[in-house]
Design a protein around this ligand. Structure first.
Ligand code: C2G
Length: 127
């Protein structure tokens, strides 16, 4: 079984997130999504509308997602790859190059980001 992992806040879930998750799952058989905790979002200087628990509930309802784990700090990725026996690490290409250190542990794939939609755009458009 080929296992894939990806990370993110996934707040105000939108079709750009879904297209990322769909493509990530298509690279393997099992998709783990590490969702940023509310505390880690503060470190990322991101204010999520939905709490970690609610973002976790939403992600677990998506057909492409097999497991949701918390992302509580920047340094957990290598251990996550080991603990979950991950074959492929996936992120949108706004992160291109940032996680190349994981190449010693698994395949690293940066997928094109979906243009025209983002959580901040939603917030701006709603005013
Ligand atoms: N994404 C995308 N297209 C968009 C918006 C987001 O492909 N229009 C992708 C991002 O590239 C990322 C994932 O969806 O791979 C989740 O996006 P965010 O929730 O914004 O994730 P981020 O805050 O960048 O957190 O340790 C990594 C961080 O936790 C990533």
């Amino acid at each position: 079984m080929k296992k894939v992992i990806t990370y993110g806040t996934f707040d105000l879930l939108h079709w750009g997130h879904i297209k990322l998750l769909e493509r990530a799952k298509s690279l393997g058989d099992y998709l783990v999504v590490a969702i940023s905790t509310d505390e880690f979002n503060r470190i990322k200087h991101k204010e999520a509308y939905h709490s970690f628990e609610h973002r976790k509930l939403i992600l677990e309802a998506i057909r492409y997602v097999d497991e949701v784990i918390p992302e509580s700090h920047w340094e957990q990725k290598i251990q996550d790859v080991k603990d979950h026996d991950i074959d492929i690490f996936v992120m949108g290409d706004d992160w291109k190059g940032e996680f190349d250190f994981l190449k010693d542990y698994c395949e690293v794939v940066y997928l094109p980001r979906t243009n025209g939609i983002s959580t901040s755009k939603i917030k701006d458009d709603l005013g």
